[in-house]
Design a protein around this ligand. Structure first.
Ligand SMILES: [Zn+2]
Length: 414
């Protein structure tokens, strides 16, 4: 029996949704040698009866402490983060305050904060990302919140910073930032309580996570990936934040698919208080099985769509490729028949090329591979970049390539 990662209550025995042949990881993309050992895993999604959090009951991926961001520097992200920062600083008069990001990667989002009159710090676990951030002049040090009582900036790596002419402030931070990091955490409560302990009285925070509501609305079961151990909704994220001593001042959906909350530090609730007081599944809220029904339905519809497409292409003697070595593409390829029918997966990221999709083992190639080994149809699975990629296909490969995308539960022609 497993316990809830957020409130510690025993998880129900019954799994709400089972994903078989799923990739074991979205980031460990096997090379030619590793692919021989790689195999899919079965993931069970369960809902806590105490706090309501939907979660996988498996071990987290080995690299959950690291913040690996693809496309973090895109203009869409720049605009989004800048408008969030502006709103936060202007609304709550945070000029001159000390901000820190817990899990800042190479500082992609901290850079956008530099145009505001605030002090900027960041913590990151992955050493090479810390180095890159420091080389760009950002005040980033290597640390991860492992314990609630951890005092940030006192790790050996942080102490060494004094030589480089700056150090982590002695006084508590005023504002914390956490961008799509909590959903990777096997102990989100420990992380948030550690942050709480390093914040000033009346300290504030901005937290974002992918939205389960969005996945359910689109019936996009292929968004599920082991890297994301938890699937938050407005209710369950708010309950967790309250449980960890934060009051939610604002909450909204941003960028279509992401929950965003502005919080303020309050008194920490009594420890071991009745779990239900920390935000139980309210009466009247549908039970887990009902909540998750769109995943089962989405799985049926999406795998049916994939089968209809691949059957038709086989009949017509045509070849298919997918564009997007994304976690959605990986899950889709290995949990439907798609993987067996793909000639290859196209991706523009050089570090993915020459490797293989986890679980489905479809080779990943550069866009120019098309000219050596053309296909008749391309299915784009790269949320947020669909239109841009469709444009590239039309100009580079020509109009005769059948271009499609999957961004809901249906395959659309573009
Ligand atoms: Zn729970």
């Amino acid at each position: 029996m497993k316990h809830c990662i957020a409130c510690g209550k025993l998880l129900p025995e019954q799994s709400l949704f089972e994903l078989t042949s799923a990739p074991a990881s979205a980031q460990d993309i096997p090379d030619a040698k590793e692919v021989q050992q790689d195999e899919g895993v079965t993931l069970h999604l369960r809902q806590c009866g105490g706090c309501g959090l939907v979660q996988f009951d498996c071990e987290p991926v080995s690299y959950y402490r690291d913040v690996i961001r693809a496309g973090g520097g895109s203009s869409t992200m720049r605009e989004l983060r800048t408008s969030q920062y502006r709103h936060l600083i202007e609304t709550y008069h945070l000029e001159g305050k000390t901000f820190f990001e817990a899990g800042c990667g190479r500082g992609e989002f901290l850079k956008f904060l530099q145009e505001f009159p605030v002090e900027i710090y960041g913590m990151e676990h992955k050493a090479d990302l810390v180095e890159t951030a420091q080389a760009e002049g950002l005040h980033v040090w290597r640390e991860f919140p492992e314990r609630e009582d951890q005092r940030f900036g006192h790790s050996p790596e942080a102490s060494m910073l004094q030589e480089s002419g700056w150090s982590v402030p002695e006084k508590p931070f005023d504002v914390f930032l956490s961008f799509n990091f909590l959903e990777h955490q096997p102990r989100p409560d420990v992380m948030l309580k550690a942050i709480w302990n390093n914040l000033a009285e009346d300290g504030m925070g901005l937290v974002t996570v992918p939205s389960l509501e969005y996945i359910l609305e689109k019936e996009s079961y292929y968004e599920l990936i082991r890297d994301h151990i938890a699937y938050y909704t407005f209710d369950t994220l708010r309950a967790l934040l309250n449980h960890c001593g934060f009051e939610v001042l604002e909450e909204e959906m941003i960028n279509r698919d992401t929950l965003s909350m502005v919080v303020r530090k309050t008194a920490m609730p009594e420890t071991d208080a009745d779990v239900s007081a920390a935000g139980s599944v309210q009466s009247g809220t549908p039970s887990g099985a009902t909540i998750i029904a769109p995943l089962t339905e989405g799985y049926k519809i999406v795998t049916g769509e994939v089968r209809a497409l691949t059957d038709r292409l086989v009949r017509e003697g045509k070849r298919l490729a997918m564009w997007g070595a994304s976690h959605q593409g990986f899950t889709l390829a290995s949990t439907s028949e798609l993987g067996e029918h793909l000639a290859y997966i196209i991706d523009s990221a050089p570090f993915k090329q020459g490797r293989f999709a986890p679980a489905s083992h479809v080779p990943i190639v550069a866009p120019d591979h098309y000219f050596e080994d053309p296909v008749d149809a391309v299915l784009i699975v790269a949320p947020g970049y669909t239109d841009e990629i469709a444009g590239i296909i039309k100009t580079k490969f020509g109009e005769k390539v059948e271009t499609m995308t999957l961004r809901t539960n249906r395959i659309e022609h573009l």
